[in-house]
Design a protein around this ligand. Sequence first.
Ligand code: NAD
Length: 392
Amino acid sequence: MRVCILGQGFVASVFGVGLERIRAGEVEPYGVPLARDLPIPIDDIEIVGTFDVDPTKVGHSVAEVARRYLTDVPALLDRVPVFRGVHLGSLDGTPVKAEGIDRDQTLRECVDTLVLEYERLAPDVFVNLCTTERPNPIPDRKALFGAVAKDRRKALTASQFYFYTVLRYARSHGAAFVNCIPTAIANEPALETLAAEAGVPLFGDDGASGATPLTSDLLEHQRQRNRLVTSIAQFNIGGNFDFLTLTDPGRNLAKEKTKSAFVRDVLGYDPPHYMKPTGYLAPLGDRKFVAMHVPYRSFNEAEDEIMVLARINDSPALAGLVVDLVRLARICLDRGVFGAVYPVNAFYMKNPGPAGKPAIARTAAYTELRAWLRHKTTPTVADGGPSGSAAP
Ligand code: NAD
């Protein structure tokens, strides 16, 4: 199965390196939830190309980029090229002087250029790992189509534009879209419906890899014991480029939304909470510092509290999930399950699409995902959420 990555950063680099090391038998697939439990072996995953807009990455190989982040980069990744993507202001306000094909081409021309490139690479699955974007709602399909047709660059983020190009490509070659970043794609009803109609399995939004799934499981634990959670504080400080970009308030807002999407869904009420990436500290590198504080009321008004401190390697946590997500995407393509696939999203995504579906505890989502995988032979409306995205 062939995979194309959008955004050749830290997560994409760990993903490529980890895959090759698993293939070579150098490492076990720890951190991949369904490592050996899917009908598609990890060895079948092939990265065919990636897209970026950082001029120091474009035109190089994935191996060359990965060597900036990691040692022991397998030479096989020298064969995988990094192509130039669309910028649409993704990296504005950061130290990177980005250059996309949109510098010299209209949006329509950019669509043609990218779709031609996709047709050459023939990927089955696209994984969006671009820099976190500021929120940008798309009210309806006309807004998306109109922005491309009329070259309205400010109306679209790069992720929304890439999604559009994948819809176009999917007309001639089935493809899935995995959105690991906070931008609403699976949660944007207009886009979700388009995916269902175009036969595109859609996973999103924002990979649930670090403190968020742990917090949601802690809250479920409290709910099951009928304890009253009185507040939640969750701090995240990291030293990678993603944390640097999250010091921009607009980008941070997007993250905050997906990070706190589950509180009311799990508890049934909304205690005061503060959960968002809180700072950038270069010496921490990719190993972020996480602190969590969950005070609660118990029997006879006893006041208790849970505190968690952790150092977590940020990028491998998501890269391990991507190993499952691309294989699940291929399975959905084979089974004709299109649109936002809630049983997958509920486990792997912070803000699981489609819109309106709850962000349940991961322990519960895991059991449901396994049941869905075991029993599912005929797609039903429930597989794709309220819009009924299963193929005939
Ligand atoms: P990163 O900054 O290392 O990589 C992002 C890459 O995207 C960079 O190479 C950048 O040049 C590229 N990029 C930016 N705009 C682009 C565009 N328009 N087209 C193509 N490429 C573009 O970040 P990362 O740590 O790899 O994280 C990637 C994404 O994953 C972020 O959006 C983050 O919110 C999301 N995410 C990460 C984690 C995690 O690391 N554990 C968890 C959940 C979600």
